[in-house]
Ligand binder design. Structure first.
Ligand code: GBH
Length: 460
Protein backbone atom coordinates (compact mmCIF):
# COMPACT_ATOMS: atom_id res chain seq x y z
CA UNK A 1 0.00 0.00 0.00
CA UNK A 2 1.61 3.22 -1.20
CA UNK A 3 1.31 5.99 1.36
CA UNK A 4 1.32 9.71 0.74
CA UNK A 5 3.67 11.88 2.82
CA UNK A 6 2.32 12.51 6.32
CA UNK A 7 1.81 16.21 5.69
CA UNK A 8 0.05 15.70 2.33
CA UNK A 9 -2.94 18.01 2.08
CA UNK A 10 -6.19 16.36 1.04
CA UNK A 11 -8.57 19.02 -0.13
CA UNK A 12 -11.66 19.84 -2.07
CA UNK A 13 -12.51 22.89 -4.17
CA UNK A 14 -15.37 25.13 -5.34
CA UNK A 15 -15.82 28.69 -6.58
CA UNK A 16 -18.16 31.48 -5.54
CA UNK A 17 -20.34 31.97 -8.62
CA UNK A 18 -20.66 28.24 -9.19
CA UNK A 19 -22.13 27.46 -5.76
CA UNK A 20 -23.20 30.49 -3.73
CA UNK A 21 -26.38 31.74 -5.40
CA UNK A 22 -27.80 34.77 -3.51
CA UNK A 23 -26.41 36.92 -6.27
CA UNK A 24 -28.30 40.08 -5.44
CA UNK A 25 -28.80 40.14 -1.71
CA UNK A 26 -27.05 41.58 1.33
CA UNK A 27 -25.47 44.31 -0.72
CA UNK A 28 -23.73 42.20 -3.35
CA UNK A 29 -23.08 44.02 -6.62
CA UNK A 30 -23.59 42.31 -9.98
CA UNK A 31 -20.71 40.49 -11.64
CA UNK A 32 -19.95 39.84 -15.30
CA UNK A 33 -21.35 36.34 -14.80
CA UNK A 34 -24.70 37.67 -13.61
CA UNK A 35 -24.85 39.71 -16.81
CA UNK A 36 -23.39 37.13 -19.21
CA UNK A 37 -25.51 34.21 -18.06
CA UNK A 38 -28.68 36.25 -18.63
CA UNK A 39 -27.91 36.89 -22.27
CA UNK A 40 -30.05 34.46 -24.29
CA UNK A 41 -27.98 31.70 -25.86
CA UNK A 42 -24.89 32.09 -23.73
CA UNK A 43 -25.52 29.23 -21.31
CA UNK A 44 -27.08 25.77 -21.53
CA UNK A 45 -30.88 26.22 -21.29
CA UNK A 46 -30.30 29.84 -20.25
CA UNK A 47 -29.24 28.68 -16.80
CA UNK A 48 -27.61 31.13 -14.38
CA UNK A 49 -25.94 31.05 -10.97
CA UNK A 50 -28.77 32.98 -9.34
CA UNK A 51 -29.56 30.12 -6.99
CA UNK A 52 -26.81 27.61 -7.84
CA UNK A 53 -26.36 25.38 -4.76
CA UNK A 54 -27.56 28.14 -2.44
CA UNK A 55 -24.34 27.64 -0.53
CA UNK A 56 -24.69 31.21 0.74
CA UNK A 57 -27.49 30.00 3.02
CA UNK A 58 -26.37 26.40 3.44
CA UNK A 59 -22.65 26.73 4.08
CA UNK A 60 -22.92 25.22 7.57
CA UNK A 61 -24.52 22.07 6.22
CA UNK A 62 -21.85 21.94 3.48
CA UNK A 63 -19.01 22.25 5.95
CA UNK A 64 -20.56 19.44 7.99
CA UNK A 65 -20.53 17.26 4.85
CA UNK A 66 -16.88 18.12 4.32
CA UNK A 67 -16.13 17.21 7.90
CA UNK A 68 -17.95 13.90 7.44
CA UNK A 69 -15.46 12.81 4.80
CA UNK A 70 -12.43 14.06 6.68
CA UNK A 71 -11.40 16.88 4.32
CA UNK A 72 -8.31 18.72 5.58
CA UNK A 73 -8.47 21.80 3.35
CA UNK A 74 -11.23 23.62 1.50
CA UNK A 75 -10.45 25.84 -1.47
CA UNK A 76 -13.20 28.38 -2.17
CA UNK A 77 -13.25 31.76 -3.83
CA UNK A 78 -14.42 35.15 -2.70
CA UNK A 79 -16.92 37.01 -4.87
CA UNK A 80 -15.21 40.36 -5.36
CA UNK A 81 -18.57 42.15 -5.78
CA UNK A 82 -19.77 40.92 -2.36
CA UNK A 83 -16.80 42.67 -0.78
CA UNK A 84 -16.82 45.69 -3.11
CA UNK A 85 -20.11 45.96 -5.02
CA UNK A 86 -18.62 48.09 -7.81
CA UNK A 87 -15.15 46.59 -7.59
CA UNK A 88 -13.58 49.59 -5.94
CA UNK A 89 -13.68 51.81 -2.89
CA UNK A 90 -16.92 51.09 -1.01
CA UNK A 91 -16.78 48.02 1.19
CA UNK A 92 -19.91 45.96 1.85
CA UNK A 93 -19.81 44.79 5.48
CA UNK A 94 -22.49 42.14 4.91
CA UNK A 95 -20.26 40.50 2.33
CA UNK A 96 -17.36 40.58 4.77
CA UNK A 97 -19.56 38.93 7.42
CA UNK A 98 -20.53 36.10 5.12
CA UNK A 99 -16.90 35.13 4.52
CA UNK A 100 -16.03 35.70 8.18
CA UNK A 101 -18.72 33.21 9.17
CA UNK A 102 -17.62 30.76 6.50
CA UNK A 103 -13.98 30.96 7.59
CA UNK A 104 -14.82 30.66 11.28
CA UNK A 105 -17.06 27.66 10.70
CA UNK A 106 -14.31 25.95 8.69
CA UNK A 107 -11.74 26.54 11.38
CA UNK A 108 -14.10 25.18 14.04
CA UNK A 109 -14.46 22.07 11.86
CA UNK A 110 -10.69 21.78 11.67
CA UNK A 111 -10.66 22.45 7.93
CA UNK A 112 -8.01 24.82 6.59
CA UNK A 113 -9.34 27.55 4.31
CA UNK A 114 -7.54 28.06 0.98
CA UNK A 115 -8.88 31.23 -0.52
CA UNK A 116 -8.91 32.20 -4.18
CA UNK A 117 -9.39 35.93 -4.68
CA UNK A 118 -10.59 35.77 -8.26
CA UNK A 119 -12.42 32.88 -9.87
CA UNK A 120 -13.88 34.76 -12.86
CA UNK A 121 -16.77 36.75 -11.33
CA UNK A 122 -15.50 40.26 -12.01
CA UNK A 123 -17.64 43.10 -10.63
CA UNK A 124 -19.76 44.23 -13.58
CA UNK A 125 -18.93 47.90 -13.02
CA UNK A 126 -15.26 47.20 -13.73
CA UNK A 127 -16.24 45.66 -17.05
CA UNK A 128 -18.55 48.47 -18.05
CA UNK A 129 -16.48 51.38 -16.81
CA UNK A 130 -12.94 50.12 -17.11
CA UNK A 131 -13.05 47.55 -19.91
CA UNK A 132 -12.46 44.59 -17.59
CA UNK A 133 -9.09 42.88 -17.96
CA UNK A 134 -8.27 45.03 -20.96
CA UNK A 135 -8.10 48.11 -18.75
CA UNK A 136 -4.71 49.26 -17.52
CA UNK A 137 -5.98 50.19 -14.06
CA UNK A 138 -7.18 46.64 -13.35
CA UNK A 139 -3.97 45.56 -11.60
CA UNK A 140 -4.43 48.44 -9.12
CA UNK A 141 -8.11 47.70 -8.52
CA UNK A 142 -7.38 44.05 -7.97
CA UNK A 143 -4.55 44.81 -5.58
CA UNK A 144 -6.78 47.19 -3.59
CA UNK A 145 -9.46 44.49 -3.31
CA UNK A 146 -6.86 41.91 -2.32
CA UNK A 147 -5.60 44.32 0.34
CA UNK A 148 -9.08 44.44 1.91
CA UNK A 149 -9.24 40.63 1.95
CA UNK A 150 -5.80 40.28 3.55
CA UNK A 151 -6.70 42.88 6.15
CA UNK A 152 -10.08 41.39 7.05
CA UNK A 153 -9.44 37.65 6.69
CA UNK A 154 -5.68 37.26 6.85
CA UNK A 155 -5.59 36.69 10.61
CA UNK A 156 -7.22 33.31 9.89
CA UNK A 157 -6.52 32.64 6.21
CA UNK A 158 -2.92 31.57 5.64
CA UNK A 159 -3.18 30.17 2.11
CA UNK A 160 -4.02 32.59 -0.68
CA UNK A 161 -4.45 32.07 -4.39
CA UNK A 162 -4.63 35.33 -6.32
CA UNK A 163 -6.15 34.19 -9.62
CA UNK A 164 -7.78 31.03 -10.87
CA UNK A 165 -6.68 30.03 -14.36
CA UNK A 166 -5.73 33.26 -16.14
CA UNK A 167 -5.45 31.15 -19.34
CA UNK A 168 -9.18 30.46 -19.23
CA UNK A 169 -10.04 34.09 -18.51
CA UNK A 170 -7.89 35.24 -21.42
CA UNK A 171 -8.59 32.56 -24.03
CA UNK A 172 -12.16 31.56 -23.29
CA UNK A 173 -13.31 35.01 -22.10
CA UNK A 174 -11.46 37.27 -24.57
CA UNK A 175 -10.45 34.92 -27.41
CA UNK A 176 -13.27 32.49 -28.01
CA UNK A 177 -15.98 34.38 -26.15
CA UNK A 178 -17.56 31.28 -24.63
CA UNK A 179 -17.16 32.58 -21.08
CA UNK A 180 -17.81 36.06 -19.67
CA UNK A 181 -17.24 38.74 -20.83
CA UNK A 182 -17.77 36.92 -24.14
CA UNK A 183 -15.30 38.74 -26.35
CA UNK A 184 -13.82 37.27 -29.52
CA UNK A 185 -10.42 38.46 -30.59
CA UNK A 186 -6.98 37.22 -31.63
CA UNK A 187 -5.08 39.92 -29.77
CA UNK A 188 -7.13 40.70 -26.64
CA UNK A 189 -6.28 37.44 -24.87
CA UNK A 190 -2.64 38.46 -24.70
CA UNK A 191 -3.47 41.91 -23.39
CA UNK A 192 -5.89 40.52 -20.79
CA UNK A 193 -3.27 37.93 -19.83
CA UNK A 194 -0.74 40.70 -19.34
CA UNK A 195 -2.92 42.65 -16.93
CA UNK A 196 -3.85 39.46 -15.10
CA UNK A 197 -0.16 38.73 -14.46
CA UNK A 198 0.44 42.29 -13.29
CA UNK A 199 -2.65 42.15 -11.06
CA UNK A 200 -1.31 38.98 -9.46
CA UNK A 201 2.11 40.57 -9.00
CA UNK A 202 0.72 43.70 -7.35
CA UNK A 203 -1.46 41.74 -4.95
CA UNK A 204 1.48 39.56 -3.93
CA UNK A 205 3.59 42.66 -3.46
CA UNK A 206 1.05 44.09 -1.04
CA UNK A 207 0.73 40.83 0.84
CA UNK A 208 4.47 40.46 1.25
CA UNK A 209 5.14 44.06 2.21
CA UNK A 210 2.11 44.94 4.32
CA UNK A 211 1.01 41.62 5.76
CA UNK A 212 4.29 39.84 6.39
CA UNK A 213 3.32 39.41 10.04
CA UNK A 214 0.39 37.24 8.97
CA UNK A 215 2.88 34.56 8.01
CA UNK A 216 0.91 33.03 5.19
CA UNK A 217 1.61 31.70 1.72
CA UNK A 218 0.44 33.27 -1.50
CA UNK A 219 0.48 31.96 -5.04
CA UNK A 220 -1.41 31.64 -8.29
CA UNK A 221 -3.31 28.75 -9.86
CA UNK A 222 -2.70 28.05 -13.53
CA UNK A 223 -4.39 25.38 -15.57
CA UNK A 224 -2.71 23.11 -18.02
CA UNK A 225 -3.66 19.99 -19.89
CA UNK A 226 -0.81 17.74 -21.05
CA UNK A 227 0.28 17.80 -24.69
CA UNK A 228 1.89 14.57 -25.90
CA UNK A 229 3.75 14.52 -29.23
CA UNK A 230 1.63 12.60 -31.73
CA UNK A 231 4.69 10.96 -33.29
CA UNK A 232 8.38 10.74 -32.49
CA UNK A 233 9.25 13.24 -35.17
CA UNK A 234 11.18 16.32 -34.14
CA UNK A 235 8.38 18.47 -35.61
CA UNK A 236 5.74 16.92 -33.37
CA UNK A 237 7.95 16.98 -30.29
CA UNK A 238 8.59 20.66 -30.86
CA UNK A 239 4.87 21.22 -31.45
CA UNK A 240 3.97 19.61 -28.11
CA UNK A 241 6.59 21.69 -26.30
CA UNK A 242 5.33 24.83 -28.03
CA UNK A 243 1.77 24.00 -27.02
CA UNK A 244 2.82 23.66 -23.37
CA UNK A 245 4.69 26.94 -23.51
CA UNK A 246 1.68 28.76 -24.96
CA UNK A 247 -0.52 27.11 -22.33
CA UNK A 248 1.33 27.10 -19.03
CA UNK A 249 4.63 28.92 -19.56
CA UNK A 250 2.66 31.94 -20.84
CA UNK A 251 1.81 32.63 -17.19
CA UNK A 252 4.34 30.59 -15.26
CA UNK A 253 7.48 31.86 -17.03
CA UNK A 254 6.83 35.51 -16.13
CA UNK A 255 6.14 34.49 -12.54
CA UNK A 256 9.13 32.16 -12.18
CA UNK A 257 11.57 33.62 -14.71
CA UNK A 258 10.44 37.21 -15.23
CA UNK A 259 9.32 37.14 -18.86
CA UNK A 260 7.22 35.44 -21.53
CA UNK A 261 8.62 32.39 -23.34
CA UNK A 262 10.71 33.27 -26.40
CA UNK A 263 8.50 31.21 -28.68
CA UNK A 264 5.49 33.38 -27.79
CA UNK A 265 7.42 36.58 -28.46
CA UNK A 266 8.56 35.27 -31.82
CA UNK A 267 5.18 34.07 -32.97
CA UNK A 268 2.96 36.81 -31.58
CA UNK A 269 5.04 39.87 -32.35
CA UNK A 270 3.34 43.04 -31.18
CA UNK A 271 0.22 41.21 -30.05
CA UNK A 272 2.20 40.20 -26.96
CA UNK A 273 2.70 43.12 -24.55
CA UNK A 274 6.12 43.83 -23.08
CA UNK A 275 7.01 43.95 -19.38
CA UNK A 276 9.00 46.94 -18.14
CA UNK A 277 12.07 46.25 -16.02
CA UNK A 278 10.19 47.26 -12.85
CA UNK A 279 7.34 44.96 -13.73
CA UNK A 280 9.73 42.08 -14.34
CA UNK A 281 11.22 42.64 -10.95
CA UNK A 282 7.80 42.73 -9.33
CA UNK A 283 6.54 39.49 -10.89
CA UNK A 284 9.67 37.36 -10.69
CA UNK A 285 9.34 34.93 -7.81
CA UNK A 286 5.82 36.10 -7.01
CA UNK A 287 4.38 32.69 -6.15
CA UNK A 288 5.18 30.75 -2.98
CA UNK A 289 3.86 27.56 -4.55
CA UNK A 290 2.84 26.25 -7.96
CA UNK A 291 -0.96 25.93 -8.11
CA UNK A 292 -2.03 23.62 -10.91
CA UNK A 293 -5.46 22.74 -12.25
CA UNK A 294 -5.24 19.72 -14.49
CA UNK A 295 -8.00 17.89 -16.31
CA UNK A 296 -6.91 16.11 -19.46
CA UNK A 297 -4.43 15.31 -22.23
CA UNK A 298 -4.31 15.65 -26.01
CA UNK A 299 -1.87 14.75 -28.74
CA UNK A 300 -0.08 17.65 -30.36
CA UNK A 301 1.36 17.63 -33.84
CA UNK A 302 2.99 20.20 -36.04
CA UNK A 303 0.44 22.02 -38.11
CA UNK A 304 1.02 23.53 -41.49
CA UNK A 305 -2.31 25.24 -41.40
CA UNK A 306 -4.07 22.19 -42.80
CA UNK A 307 -6.97 20.99 -40.67
CA UNK A 308 -6.54 17.24 -40.35
CA UNK A 309 -9.55 15.01 -40.14
CA UNK A 310 -10.34 14.11 -36.55
CA UNK A 311 -8.48 17.10 -35.12
CA UNK A 312 -9.93 18.67 -32.06
CA UNK A 313 -9.98 22.45 -31.94
CA UNK A 314 -10.97 22.78 -28.30
CA UNK A 315 -8.85 25.85 -27.81
CA UNK A 316 -10.10 27.89 -30.70
CA UNK A 317 -8.01 30.26 -32.74
CA UNK A 318 -4.93 29.86 -30.60
CA UNK A 319 -3.97 26.68 -32.46
CA UNK A 320 -3.09 28.95 -35.36
CA UNK A 321 -0.78 31.11 -33.27
CA UNK A 322 0.96 28.01 -32.04
CA UNK A 323 1.15 26.02 -35.25
CA UNK A 324 -0.21 23.02 -33.41
CA UNK A 325 -2.92 20.49 -34.23
CA UNK A 326 -4.59 18.75 -31.31
CA UNK A 327 -6.16 15.29 -31.44
CA UNK A 328 -7.40 12.47 -29.28
CA UNK A 329 -6.58 8.79 -29.22
CA UNK A 330 -9.70 6.83 -30.05
CA UNK A 331 -8.84 4.34 -27.31
CA UNK A 332 -8.98 6.92 -24.55
CA UNK A 333 -12.04 6.97 -22.33
CA UNK A 334 -13.84 10.29 -22.33
CA UNK A 335 -15.74 12.02 -19.53
CA UNK A 336 -19.03 13.79 -20.12
CA UNK A 337 -17.01 16.90 -21.06
CA UNK A 338 -15.38 14.81 -23.80
CA UNK A 339 -12.10 15.20 -21.94
CA UNK A 340 -9.85 12.16 -22.15
CA UNK A 341 -8.92 10.26 -18.99
CA UNK A 342 -5.13 9.96 -19.25
CA UNK A 343 -3.45 9.77 -15.84
CA UNK A 344 0.06 9.40 -17.26
CA UNK A 345 -0.37 12.84 -18.86
CA UNK A 346 -0.77 14.27 -15.38
CA UNK A 347 2.44 12.65 -14.26
CA UNK A 348 4.37 13.92 -17.27
CA UNK A 349 3.07 17.42 -16.63
CA UNK A 350 4.16 17.31 -12.98
CA UNK A 351 7.68 16.37 -14.10
CA UNK A 352 7.67 19.09 -16.77
CA UNK A 353 6.81 21.71 -14.12
CA UNK A 354 9.32 20.24 -11.69
CA UNK A 355 12.11 20.59 -14.21
CA UNK A 356 11.22 23.88 -15.88
CA UNK A 357 10.57 25.78 -12.65
CA UNK A 358 13.31 24.42 -10.46
CA UNK A 359 11.42 21.97 -8.23
CA UNK A 360 8.69 24.17 -6.78
CA UNK A 361 6.22 22.98 -4.20
CA UNK A 362 3.21 22.03 -6.28
CA UNK A 363 -0.42 21.83 -5.24
CA UNK A 364 -2.96 20.36 -7.60
CA UNK A 365 -5.69 22.86 -6.83
CA UNK A 366 -8.23 21.15 -9.14
CA UNK A 367 -8.61 17.77 -10.79
CA UNK A 368 -11.87 15.99 -11.46
CA UNK A 369 -14.43 14.83 -13.98
CA UNK A 370 -18.07 15.11 -15.03
CA UNK A 371 -20.30 12.11 -15.53
CA UNK A 372 -24.04 11.65 -15.99
CA UNK A 373 -24.75 10.79 -12.36
CA UNK A 374 -28.15 9.61 -11.20
CA UNK A 375 -29.68 8.75 -7.88
CA UNK A 376 -30.82 5.13 -7.95
CA UNK A 377 -32.32 3.62 -4.80
CA UNK A 378 -31.07 6.55 -2.80
CA UNK A 379 -27.47 6.19 -3.94
CA UNK A 380 -25.17 7.59 -6.59
CA UNK A 381 -22.88 4.84 -7.75
CA UNK A 382 -20.32 6.92 -9.64
CA UNK A 383 -17.76 4.19 -10.16
CA UNK A 384 -16.21 6.02 -13.14
CA UNK A 385 -15.43 9.07 -11.00
CA UNK A 386 -14.02 6.89 -8.27
CA UNK A 387 -11.78 5.16 -10.86
CA UNK A 388 -10.77 8.56 -12.25
CA UNK A 389 -9.65 9.82 -8.84
CA UNK A 390 -7.89 6.62 -7.99
CA UNK A 391 -5.95 6.58 -11.25
CA UNK A 392 -4.93 10.25 -11.07
CA UNK A 393 -3.97 10.07 -7.42
CA UNK A 394 -1.96 6.96 -8.11
CA UNK A 395 0.27 8.79 -10.58
CA UNK A 396 0.50 11.69 -8.13
CA UNK A 397 1.86 9.26 -5.60
CA UNK A 398 4.37 7.91 -8.14
CA UNK A 399 5.46 11.44 -9.07
CA UNK A 400 6.11 12.20 -5.38
CA UNK A 401 8.25 9.08 -5.11
CA UNK A 402 10.14 10.20 -8.20
CA UNK A 403 11.02 13.50 -6.55
CA UNK A 404 8.22 15.87 -7.53
CA UNK A 405 7.34 18.10 -4.57
CA UNK A 406 3.60 17.65 -4.81
CA UNK A 407 2.29 18.81 -1.44
CA UNK A 408 -1.45 18.54 -1.81
CA UNK A 409 -4.44 17.72 -3.98
CA UNK A 410 -7.87 19.34 -4.21
CA UNK A 411 -10.67 17.39 -5.85
CA UNK A 412 -12.94 19.38 -8.15
CA UNK A 413 -15.54 19.59 -6.85
CA UNK A 414 -17.08 19.34 -3.42
CA UNK A 415 -20.55 19.22 -4.99
CA UNK A 416 -22.29 19.43 -8.36
CA UNK A 417 -22.56 23.07 -9.36
CA UNK A 418 -23.04 25.66 -12.10
CA UNK A 419 -20.60 24.57 -14.78
CA UNK A 420 -20.42 28.01 -16.40
CA UNK A 421 -21.71 28.08 -19.98
CA UNK A 422 -22.66 24.42 -19.67
CA UNK A 423 -25.11 25.03 -16.83
CA UNK A 424 -26.14 22.35 -14.36
CA UNK A 425 -25.99 19.30 -16.58
CA UNK A 426 -22.28 18.61 -16.16
CA UNK A 427 -21.88 17.20 -12.67
CA UNK A 428 -18.36 17.33 -11.19
CA UNK A 429 -19.23 16.83 -7.52
CA UNK A 430 -18.28 14.27 -4.93
CA UNK A 431 -21.70 15.23 -3.59
CA UNK A 432 -24.81 15.06 -5.71
CA UNK A 433 -27.04 18.13 -5.70
CA UNK A 434 -30.72 17.88 -6.56
CA UNK A 435 -31.17 21.30 -8.14
CA UNK A 436 -34.93 21.27 -7.45
CA UNK A 437 -34.78 20.60 -3.73
CA UNK A 438 -31.13 21.63 -3.24
CA UNK A 439 -30.59 18.49 -1.21
CA UNK A 440 -27.04 17.15 -1.14
CA UNK A 441 -26.10 13.47 -1.19
CA UNK A 442 -22.59 12.04 -0.92
CA UNK A 443 -21.76 9.94 -3.98
CA UNK A 444 -19.86 6.69 -3.80
CA UNK A 445 -16.72 8.65 -4.79
CA UNK A 446 -17.12 10.80 -1.65
CA UNK A 447 -16.99 7.69 0.55
CA UNK A 448 -14.00 6.46 -1.41
CA UNK A 449 -12.24 9.82 -0.95
CA UNK A 450 -12.96 9.62 2.75
CA UNK A 451 -11.21 6.24 2.88
CA UNK A 452 -8.26 7.52 0.89
CA UNK A 453 -7.88 10.47 3.26
CA UNK A 454 -8.12 8.35 6.37
CA UNK A 455 -5.63 5.78 5.04
CA UNK A 456 -3.43 8.48 3.47
CA UNK A 457 -3.23 6.22 0.44
CA UNK A 458 -5.23 5.33 -2.67
CA UNK A 459 -3.90 1.85 -3.07
CA UNK A 460 -6.43 -0.25 -1.22
C1 GBH B 1 -11.84 24.56 -14.32
O1 GBH B 1 -11.36 25.00 -15.55
C2 GBH B 1 -12.47 25.71 -13.56
O2 GBH B 1 -11.54 26.31 -12.68
C3 GBH B 1 -13.71 25.35 -12.82
O3 GBH B 1 -14.39 26.49 -12.44
C4 GBH B 1 -14.58 24.43 -13.66
O4 GBH B 1 -15.80 24.13 -13.05
C5 GBH B 1 -13.80 23.17 -13.90
O5 GBH B 1 -12.60 23.46 -14.53
C6 GBH B 1 -14.52 22.15 -14.77
O6 GBH B 1 -14.69 22.62 -16.06
O7 GBH B 1 -9.59 23.69 -24.29
O8 GBH B 1 -8.94 22.00 -25.82
O9 GBH B 1 -7.40 22.71 -24.17
C7 GBH B 1 -11.02 24.00 -16.48
C8 GBH B 1 -10.09 24.44 -17.56
C9 GBH B 1 -9.62 24.34 -19.87
C10 GBH B 1 -9.70 22.31 -18.63
C11 GBH B 1 -9.91 23.59 -21.14
C12 GBH B 1 -9.91 21.53 -19.89
C13 GBH B 1 -10.15 21.49 -22.21
C14 GBH B 1 -9.38 21.15 -23.40
N1 GBH B 1 -10.23 23.65 -18.74
N2 GBH B 1 -9.51 22.19 -21.09
S1 GBH B 1 -8.78 22.48 -24.46
Amino acid sequence: MKKFPNDFIWGIATSSYQIEGATAIDGKGPSIWDAFSRIPGKTHNGETGEVACDHYHRFKEDIQLMKNIGIKAYRFSIAWSRIMPTGKETINEEGISFYNNLIDTLIEADITPWVTLYHWDLPLALQLEDDGWLGDSMPDYFAAYADVCFERFGDRVKNWITLNEPWVVAILGYGQGVLAPGRISSSEPYLAGHYLILAHGKAVNIYRSKYKHQNGLIGITNNCDWREPLTNSKEDKDAAERALEFFLAWFADPIYKGDYPMVMKERLGNRLPVFSEDEKEMITGSSDFFGLNHYTTMYASNSNGIIKEGSVYGNGGISKDQGVDLSLDKNWNLTLMQWAVVPWGCKKLLHWINERYNHPNIYITENGCAYADEIIDGQVNDQERLDFYQSYLKVCNEAINEGVKLKGYFAWSFMDNFEWALGYEKRFGLHYVDFKTLERLPKKSAYWYKDAISKNSVDF
